[in-house]
Design a protein around this ligand. Structure first.
Ligand code: SAH
Length: 394
């Protein structure tokens, strides 16, 4: 049976010629051969030239995601195996100070819609598009062969699956989960990871280098870890010699895990304060009561998944950054992050600058932060860059 085709509207081949891996619905003139969601389709220009082979995603506005630019490359289980092997080899070569890492970062590894995270002997697979969904079993087989994990757990429950019209799916795909809690070691610290119930795939692997930076700056400082989740930053900062840490999160379960993580690493419990509450309100309360810190980490959830929601998100970012800046003593440090795809680094810097201006505080940038090297950004796919951070001194 011939491979179904998507024929683009005239002139709409340009972004594919620049090797951007997405085909938007608006660029497609017609489909030939009745492709079904997840099927491999050949993308042709209006003039009939082959541009790429791609995974068809019917309900999504991203109508197809490119597998290969090479007309002779068959999209089959061997292809999936090859791409996975290449991604995994590139991670192993990084010599990260952790047994937890992102093995596959979707489009930036030539595997659109596919994320694989490793936590020691456990792998977590996320299938986020129809193409990923179609190749789920071959993905699991190849991962078993390449990594020999104890378990492959599936966390295909990210919101973006809704845009594909795919229902959420969570559960064990291969092997079995060990009875004891799953631990990830990061720069000599141990963290418990909740595969089934944690955020994302269980842990924020993308912040590893930034947690290590925070640790190196924390000595003797009274620190606030705002949006702490399971205490990644707080644990590193206490080990780095922080005088005390205050953790704020609105998830009681995350804070419980944070307390266990401190204990597991023999860090002094009496130096930690846990506040279960809305960060916006807690920061305001601190401001009103004149509470001060020497260092604040602000690592909020995604306020703006897309550019369309950027404006509302900007207000949220400005609000918390303004409040955080006001809590800092002179010489204090703010590590502030945004993981919103809709807010780029330039806009984020503008928002933080606006917050400092409104707070009447002179501040400067000491450093810029991003996602770790195991979350690479393909040059033809700038959307792969989502995490940005600023290290600010007041
Ligand atoms: N810094 C963490 C990751 C933070 S993820 C790490 O390195 O592991 C963002 C966290 O913000 C989540 O734990 C979520 O529960 C929390 N959160 C989301 N909205 C919140 C709010 N309004 N107030 C307080 N916490 C919130």
């Amino acid at each position: 049976m011939p491979t179904p085709k998507l024929i683009l509207a005239p002139g709409r081949e340009r972004s594919l010629q620049r090797r951007h891996p997405w085909v938007f619905a608006s660029a497609v003139a017609r489909a030939e051969g009745s492709p079904q969601p997840g099927d491999t389709v050949d993308i042709h220009s209006a003039r009939g030239e082959f541009l790429a082979s791609a995974a068809y995603s019917h309900p999504s506005q991203i109508r197809a995601r490119v597998w290969s630019w090479n007309q002779d490359e068959e999209i089959d289980a061997a292809f999936i195996h090859r791409r996975l092997a290449a991604a995994i080899a590139s991670r192993r070569a990084l010599n990260l100070p952790s047994n937890g890492m992102r093995l596959v970062h979707a489009e930036s590894d030539g595997l659109p819609g596919i994320v694989v995270d490793q936590y020691g002997g456990a792998l977590v697979l996320q299938c986020l598009s129809w193409g990923a969904e179609r190749w789920r079993e071959p993905l699991a087989d190849a991962l078993m062969e390449l990594c020999q994990p104890d378990v492959i757990f599936e966390r295909s429950d990210a919101d973006i699956r809704e845009l594909e019209g795919l229902p959420p799916r969570v559960g064990t795909l291969r092997g079995a989960q060990p009875a004891e809690p799953l631990l990830v070691t990061e720069a000599g610290l141990q963290f418990e990871v909740d595969l089934a119930g944690g955020h994302k795939t269980g842990f924020y692997l993308d912040q590893r280098a930034n947690r290590m930076l925070a640790s190196s700056l924390a000595a003797g400082r009274q620190v606030l870890d705002c949006f702490s989740y399971t205490g990644g930053f707080a644990t590193h900062m206490l080990r780095g010699g922080a005088a005390g840490v205050t953790l704020v999160d609105d998830s009681a379960a995350a804070l419980e895990l944070a307390a266990r993580n401190l204990q597991r690493n023999q860090l002094p419990a009496d130096k930690a304060e846990f506040i279960d509450g809305d960060a916006f309100q807690v920061l305001r309360r601190f401001r009103d009561s004149g509470r001060q810190f020497d260092m604040v980490v602000l690592d909020p959830p995604k306020f703006a998944p897309t550019r369309a929601t950027a404006e509302r998100a900007a207000r949220g970012y400005k609000d918390i950054n303004l409040l955080a800046l006001k809590l800092l003593r002179p010489g204090g440090l703010l590590l502030t992050f945004s993981c919103s795809g809709g807010v780029d680094a330039a806009l984020f810097q503008k928002i933080v600058a606006g917050a400092a201006l409104d707070a009447g505080i002179d501040a400067r940038i000491l450093g810029r932060m991003s996602q770790g090297a195991d979350h690479p950004v393909a040059l033809n796919f700038p959307e792969g860059e989502y995490l940005k951070g600023l290290l600010i001194e007041v």
